[in-house]
Write a protein that binds this ligand. Structure first.
Ligand SMILES: [Zn+2]
Length: 206
């Protein structure tokens, strides 16, 4: 569900990545883009290998994932990028997307799909990345280092939040209220350093 007002975004077809979400107006750093909603399914009952839509699954717990309504234009249409301008914020167990930096009109809104490092189970791997970033790794799978940074960060965030209330087979209900903006806090520095190759930040103090 988009939480960003309608006049700030539009869905457009991209050259190589299907549909994508683009900014129509300047979006301030920290702005909440939306809440990832959909039907709650049991991961164990889902055939991840045989559904190319598996990339749309968002893990809620170790057992449950959200499967969005693919017929509806929504935040699941944000494409993956190796240098995304949006990131995930766990709020009351919900997966919110927020702007990692200021986003200019016309820019595509992107997120990291945070796929675990590539291993032999992903063969042939269909997770080719076409983000076009100059730091593109060519794959949506994260390197081991970046993946560990993200996992640690997510573990910390999860400790601070309640888990979402849900019923398997039903839609995850939206929350009664949402923050509008994620205020500046150390999370940005951690995420930025995880987003950039070490060679790009030679002088950064973290
Ligand atoms: Zn890429």
């Amino acid at each position: 569900m988009f939480l960003l007002k309608d006049d700030y975004w539009e869905i457009k077809k991209t050259k190589e990545k299907g549909y994508g979400v683009f900014a129509k107006k300047k979006i301030r750093k920290g702005t909440i883009i939306g809440d990832y909603l959909g039907k709650v399914i049991k991961i164990s009952e889902y055939d991840l290998d045989n559904d190319k839509n598996g990339l749309f699954l968002m893990y809620l717990t170790d057992l449950a994932a959200i499967y969005p309504n693919l017929k509806k234009p929504d935040i699941h249409l944000l494409n993956h990028s190796c240098t995304p301008n949006c990131w995930i914020y766990i709020y009351r167990g919900h997966t919110l997307f927020f702007a990692l930096r200021e986003i200019e009109p016309g820019e595509e809104l992107t997120i990291s799909y945070l796929l675990s490092p590539k291993d032999e189970t992903c063969n042939p791997c269909t997770h080719t990345c076409k983000c076009g970033s100059k730091f593109c790794t060519g794959t949506m799978h994260l390197s081991k280092d970046k993946y560990e940074i993200w996992q640690n960060l997510q573990d910390e965030e999860k400790k601070k939040t309640k888990t979402a209330k849900f019923t398997f087979g039903k839609n995850l209900p939206k929350l009664a209220s949402y923050p509008k903006i994620i205020p500046n806090n150390p999370i940005y520095a951690i995420i930025s350093s995880a987003n950039e190759p070490p060679s790009a930040i030679p002088n950064r103090q973290i």
